[in-house]
Every structure is written in structure tokens, then in C-alpha cells.
Design a binder for this molecule. Structure first.
Ligand code: NAP
Length: 501
């Protein structure tokens, strides 16, 4: 008779966005059935549930922006729109039995590590005990509101792009938008079609790569239906393209960066004929320093007759509009804040403490860092999906999450096999890893003379500076010397742990 020597951990996954769904599926496939997924909202989908602004889309090609194990023949656009992506995640989550396991409208308020286990308290006052916690809380989900004098005094409609107020009809209205990042470029392209007048308050111009969208018809979809190998081929083709034309260009420079720069500058030259306007749209930093904008509609939108590009700088906001430094007063009915996110908050403001009561704020008081993006010294058996230095340029975060998910499962597996009781990266390993990252930053475009959400308080980019292949290689197997190894296994043969999450 086979003796079951494998421990079955109780795992809590925080968040049911793209990574939370993924981890739910992976854990289940690994035979781990004590999994609780907590989601603060009433639906899965994360960023795609929250961002419903006009024009919302993904600038990573749709056939690459899918889980590798489940392509989607139903994409309608090469750059899928937000509602298509939300539908994809809802479908996958349902089909893989994840939705039924999610506790919706329940966020984690407290999460404390004591005596080898995690103790969680939720917003509903429920208490959970877990062997492992996986924070799948996402990167860009804390909206950043600009610190501009008078912001609160505006009496028209005012909202952040991630909190779009769909009750406000923009047709014929005087609309202002602050920001010209990836989000703003999409919003501007869309709302400039209907707004009475749109004023774009640009603080810093952006480089824009003109990549046309494509609509997939019934014929395209029919070819893909039931044909996962063909979808795999398509995903790999786009992934190859993204790596070679973009990811490599921004991380290692060289001829690829020169080519990318040429394409981007040509797009600006060809799209904007007025030299004065073109000058105001021309950045003074390296291409790819800020996240490159993929749009073939942005420049056309800026040049619509009902659109004004305002570059004088905002002086203050009043009850009726925005005053700029050149003395102009822009009267507005609606003001949209496309001002981005706080990227270094991650799972905070959760009250999270690790070994010996170490809080996450203490651990990150000097710098927000992790070991291999997913492990935090002082926080055993805790993993952070898409943590610091995860992003690889404009590459698909789904691909990154899959690699991280496999890495996490390998570590959990060591615990299950009784090879260790706690999985905790050492402080030295974290420091070594971050020194290694820093060494690679010099050749990236992200230190190319701009301010961006990529940079931490010391001006160091929180991205992966090497190639995608190198990242995959280095994440393939955990280097166990980089982890504390706590004591011998306590789980005896035939006595799998039974802890209800
Ligand atoms: P963002 O890139 O951080 O851009 C924020 C914009 O707001 C910038 O133009 C910034 O100007 C401006 N801004 C901020 N505070 C301001 C102030 N006080 N006064 C004037 N202007 C101010 O944010 P985002 O556009 O929301 O994009 C964030 C990230 O989300 C992207 O980089 C991307 O990773 C992700 N995203 C992805 C997609 C996609 O298609 N996959 C789409 C949207 C977003 P400065 O440049 O001068 O700082």
C-alpha cells in the first residue's frame, strides 16, 4: 500500500486577478486542494475589472496576452479591448473551477506569521490559518492623485481613469485630461471623438510607436477554434517579435534600440506635420525611458480640431477649471486624471508582519526589494506575484506570472516533500540579487534621462534589466543555497497535514 508522505498545505491566495486565477489553477493542478482565494471586489479580473475607461485596451498583442495553456480564439482585436480581456479571465476562471472557490467582497486586513503559520483576518472578520500565503495583488492598482493646488475645489465631474464615472456623458462637454501616459493615450484617442472640446494637460511628452490594430473576423476565429497548437504558434510568434523588436531594445540597447528609435521618430514626423506642435510632442529623453506608448491613433487625436495640447504647466485648479502658468484659464465641465498609480505599494495597506513581528513597512522602509521578485526575507512561506523587478519592458505580464508561479510551486513542493519547514530567502541572497539587477541597469533605456513610475526613490528602475530568456533560465530552478533551511521535516509518513483554510 502506498504511503502518502506528501504534506498538503493550506494556501491563501490574495486577489483574483490574472495572477490569482493562474495560481488557483496551478495549485489545483499540483494536487493542492486546500486553497482559499480572497478577492476584495465582487468579480475576478483585477486590473481589467477596475479599468473601464473609454479606449481601454492591452498594448501587448492579444494572442500573446493569454495563459499559455489556454489560448483564446475569440479575440476581436490584435490589441484586445478591456471588455474582451475581462471576458477571457471570467471564462477561464469559471471553466477551471476557480470562480467557485473565490470568496468575493472579502479583503485581507491582517496577515501575521507566527510559529510556522500565517494567521489572516479578513474585512468580514473571518480568521484563516495558512501554511502559505501568495499575494497576487498586482502592481498598478493604487491610483495616484496629483498634488495640485485646488484639486478638491473643482465643482465639475472629476475622476481618475481607474475609477471612471460612466454616469458622466462627455458628448459636447468641455473636458480636460491631465497626463499623457499609456492610459491617457488610449482615453484621448477615444474621448476626443465625442467631447465638445478636449484639453490635454501634458507635463512631459511621450514617445509613441505607431502599431496599427487589426480586427479579427469570423474566418480568423474559426481557424483558431479548437486548435491550441495554432494559437501556441501565434503566441510564440508575437512573443518573439516583442522580445526582439522591443524588450531587447530597451534593456540592452544596440542596433535594436537604434531601429526602435528610428521607427518612433519617423512615426512622429509622418503623423504631425506642424513643426511647432511636433516640437511640443517631442521628448528630450531616450526612446523607451518611460514605458513606450503603442498607438496609431494618439497623434491623430491630438490634431483633431476640438483638441488642444496644453504644455504651459498647471498652476492650480479652480472651481471651474485649470489655470496654467502662462496665465490662461481653461474652463471645464469634466476633469479626468490620467495620472497613473503608486507602483511600490503592492499588497499594502494590508497589516502584514513576518517573523518576529517584522512589518512590511519596516522591511521596505529603506527600499522596496525582493529576492527574485517573489520572496521577501523575514516573511517565510510568503510569495509576492509580480513583485519588484518583475516587469520586462512592455512584455506580457502573463508570461512573467507563469514563470513565477512555477518557481513558487517548486518551493512549495520542497515543503510538501518535507525537505524544509519554512521557505525564506536570506537577506544576503536578496542583497546579492539586487546588486546584480543594479549592475544591469546602466545599459537600459529606463535610466535614459526621464522620470517614470519604473524608478524607485533612489532612481533605480524596478524592472528586470536582462533578456527574457535569461530571466526564464534563472527562474527555472530555485537556488536552495539562497534560502534558510529550517529544521527537519515534522510530518511523518502517513500523516499529511490537515489544516482547513
Ligand atoms: P503613467 O504612465 O504613470 O502616466 C501618468 C501621467 O500623468 C504622466 O503623463 C505624468 O506626467 C502625468 N502626471 C502625473 N502627475 C501629474 C501632475 N501632478 N501634473 C501633471 N501631470 C501629471 O500612468 P498610466 O498612463 O496610467 O500608465 C501606467 C502604466 O499602466 C503603464 O506604464 C503601463 O504599464 C500600464 N498600462 C498598460 C496599458 C496597456 O495597454 N497594457 C494601458 C494603460 C496602462 P509625467 O510624465 O511628467 O510624469
Amino acid at each position: 500500500m502506498a504511503i502518502n508522505t506528501v504534506k498538503n498545505p493550506a494556501v491563501v491566495v490574495i486577489g483574483a486577478g490574472m495572477t490569482g486565477i493562474l495560481m488557483g489553477i496551478k495549485l489545483r493542478e499540483a494536487g493542492i486542494d486546500q486553497v482559499t482565494i480572497l478577492e476584495k471586489a465582487d468579480k475576478v479580473g483585477g486590473t481589467w475589472r477596475e479599468n473601464t475607461y473609454p479606449g481601454v485596451a492591452c498594448d501587448v498583442p492579444a494572442h500573446m496576452y493569454t495563459y499559455s495553456f489556454q489560448g483564446n480564439p475569440e479575440w476581436r482585436h490584435r490589441f484586445a479591448h478591456g471588455d474582451e480581456i475581462q471576458a477571457y479571465f471570467e471564462k477561464i476562471s469559471g471553466e477551471y473551477g476557480i470562480t467557485g472557490r473565490v470568496r468575493f467582497n472579502e479583503s485581507v486586513d491582517q496577515c501575521h506569521y507566527r510559529d510556522g503559520q500565517w494567521y489572516l483576518t479578513t474585512s468580514k472578520g473571518n480568521e484563516l490559518v495558512a501554511d502559505f500565503v501568495i499575494a497576487a495583488t498586482g502592481i498598478l492598482h493604487h491610483p495616484a492623485y496629483p498634488d495640485i493646488q485646488g484639486l478638491d475645489s473643482f465643482t465639475g465631474a472629476l475622476f481618475h481613469t481607474a475609477r471612471w464615472d460612466h454616469s458622466v456623458d462627455l458628448r459636447g462637454k468641455r473636458v480636460g485630461i491631465i497626463g499623457t501616459g499609456s492610459t491617457a493615450a488610449q482615453v484621448i484617442s477615444e474621448i476626443s471623438k465625442t467631447a465638445g472640446h478636449l484639453t490635454i494637460f501634458q507635463r512631459t511628452p511621450q514617445w509613441v510607436l505607431g502599431v496599427p490594430d487589426k480586427i479579427y473576423g469570423e474566418h480568423d476565429k474559426a481557424r483558431l477554434r479548437g486548435n491550441q497548437p495554432l494559437m501556441d504558434k501565434l503566441r510564440e510568434r508575437y512573443a518573439w517579435l516583442m522580445r526582439n523588436t522591443f524588450t531587447e531594445a530597451v534593456s540592452s540597447g544596440g542596433w535594436r534600440h537604434a531601429l526602435l528609435s528610428w521607427r518612433v521618430k519617423r512615426h512622429l514626423r509622418k503623423s504631425v506635420r506642424d513643426p511647432a506642435l511636433r516640437a511640443r510632442l517631442t521628448p528630450d529623453y531616450k526612446v523607451g525611458c518611460k514605458r513606450l506608448i503603442f498607438s496609431s491613433t494618439f497623434y491623430a487625436a491630438v490634431q483633431r480640431p476640438n483638441v488642444t495640447l496644453e504644455t504651459a504647466g498647471i498652476e492650480r485648479i479652480s472651481a471651474s477649471g485649470v489655470a496654467t502658468r502662462d496665465g490662461a484659464d481653461h474652463q471645464l465641465d469634466v476633469l479626468v486624471l490620467a495620472t497613473g498609480f503608486h507602483p511600490f505599494n503592492f499588497m499594502r495597506p494590508m497589516d502584514l508582519t513576518g517573523r518576529g513581528g517584522l512589518s512590511i513597512d519596516q522591511a521596505w522602509s529603506r527600499k522596496v526589494q525582493a529576492y527574485r521578485s517573489v520572496c521577501l526575507p523575514g516573511f517565510p512561506n510568503f510569495f509576492l506575484m509580480l513583485g519588484p523587478n518583475s516587469p520586462v519592458g512592455n512584455y506580457s505580464v502573463i508570461a512573467m506570472s507563469e514563470v513565477q508561479g512555477d518557481y513558487v510551486l517548486k518551493l512549495i513542493d520542497q515543503w510538501r516533500q518535507g525537505q524544509l519547514q519554512e521557505v525564506e530567502a536570506t537577506e544576503e541572497a536578496k542583497t546579492r540579487f539586487n546588486d546584480y539587477l543594479k549592475q544591469g541597469m546602466g545599459s537600459t533605456a529606463w535610466v535614459g534621462g526621464c522620470q517614470s513610475w519604473y524608478l524607485d526613490a533612489d532612481g533605480v528602475p524596478a524592472l528586470w534589466p536582462y533578456s527574457w530568456n535569461q530571466w526564464v533560465r534563472e527562474m527555472a530552478e530555485p537556488v536552495m543555497d539562497d534560502f534558510h533551511r529550517a529544521g527537519p521535516a515534522w510530518c511523518m509518513p502517513g500523516q499529511p497535514a490537515e489544516k482547513a483554510a
